[in-house]
Design a protein around this ligand. Sequence first.
Ligand code: NFS
Ligand code: SF4
Length: 627
Amino acid sequence: QRSVEELSIWEDARSMLRKARAEGVETAWDRLEQQTPHCTFCELGTTCRNCVMGPCRISPKATKSGKLQRGVCGADADVIVARNFGRFIAGGSAGHSDHGRDLIEVLEAIVEGETTDYAIRDEAKLRRIAAELGIDAAERPLMDVARDLVDECYSDFGSRRKSVGFLARAPEKRRALWEKLGMTPRGVDREIAEMMHRTHMGCDNDAPNTLIHAARCALADGWSGSMIGTELSDIIFGVPTPSMSTANLGILKKDTVNILVHGHNPVVSEMILAAAREPQLIAAAKAHGASGITVGGLCCTGNELLMRQGIPMAGNHLMTELAIVTGAVEAVVVDYQCIMPSLVQIAGCYHTRFITTAGKARFTGAIHFDIHPHNAMEEARKIVQMAVDAFAERDPKRVEIPVEPVRIMTGFSNEAILNALGGSLTPLLDAVKAGSIRGFVAIVGCNNPKIQQDSANVGLAKALIERDIMVLATGCVTTAAGKAGLLVPEAASMAGPGLKAVCTALGIPPVLHMGSCVDNSRIMHLCGLIANELGVDISDLPVGASSPEWYSEKAAAIGMYAVASGVYTHLGLPPNILGSQTVTDLALNGLEGLVGASFAVEPDPLKAADLLDARIRAKREALGLKP
Ligand code: NFS
Ligand code: SF4
């Protein structure tokens, strides 16, 4: 068994891993050990279960022995790997985009008067987005404009379009390239369904052709499904503005009822927070001897509430199990995505109520509340009451809160960034031209127990800011950067001289928190704005992306749409494609010639920083700037 020090760089994680071991609680790291070594065929991506003539597998030694070179249908390693990777991307795109659709449904419920729990909080943004999508938005009543926006967004999911609405945000050159390559996303659901079709036996049996469609599918996510999720969330819950908060397990309080929201969509977590702030529920908590109610965030729904409401972050992906191990959590309230099924068992080892809220994400053994726009607040109050009641069952002898929380700054939506810059990108671009900011890298994504938790997320961020490269963080990298002290203005002292000067002048951190994983669409939008301002393509910009500790289908979709949009993208570990030379070559090299960017795989964060730095250097030189 590996030591807890090898598993995570954090004291809060290590303490809870020790406690879990002492209390006989199994974690993801234990199960990884049981699963290692993994199946080689699956790691290489050369297993196929797409029909019952199989399952089939292609042996890496096939060329030598002559056996197991093709599946029963005749598919070779290239076809099988491409099909598997295509479905992987479709899965990720579906996750983000179905989340986006849920926001359209909430807006629709507002428009149709089916809910009073939700409202249009940012009328100006609604009108602005509607106008951007070609809706007459100026003089008409708000609800009429909103109704048209709902229709417009639903249409982006369907089959009637030649291209999705927000694609106009991409530079013209990029759109022309997508058109030429057959990558223009036409409809979110359409591209996902078509991927399922293409990968049925006997359809798309040309690996590069399958990968082009994988890119189209991912672009539908990044420039539509996710983008709709972000923009409608801002309209319904408010555009994020900079504020201060805190992070790590120290945000849990010994004397409060502690509720953790986990999952992705703000639709549920916003209601839980609103209920937890109601006087009668706070009074109920006090009646149980607590001093109040703490709502803390996990994963992306935590990011959503952090960005807009400044709630504290308990942790990222690999902290979700460990948070319960503190023994100080009354309830974990989840919606969907990235919620380990093990949380049901771990919650069962403590007094913690594990509560699900989405019909499409039920967990056997969980307490379920079916939350819809029309009953959300009512159900949220019942959930908070349930957490308050659970406080009486907390066993103080089993409570251990290992650390003090760390301060973080959050809320950097594009609107907030523009605001901080005085309304125009010019000062930022001047800093880039002068070389005080050499470029930007978005560090995004997850934790993966195969990598010491947050070692690469934090290592890469530190190495980049030292080189005057500004970092944009979303998803689970947020809490990592926050715990490392990188999300406060004082972190400018860790940056290179140029970046330090800019951050100090503006009072901002060198690592900007831009939101959840669907909010990577904010970063794509920003890339589009900057490229248009400079009159170049996104692939000409001194920018990069990285997911050092990624694990999910969604992260792969993000990487794919970043690359297809022209952003060089580093991954800390490879997807399961290495069994095909064709697919691997295309991902690491061939895509460069097609879309002007490719993937790079490098486990060492310092070497990854070198790769991203070299890329930024080359792009700066090509723009005639000093490297
Ligand atoms: Ni992103 Fe958010 Fe975290 Fe990874 Fe999961 S929570 S959508 S997939 S693990 S960053
Ligand atoms: Fe085997 Fe072909 Fe069926 Fe896949 S589709 S399981 S490779 S026969």
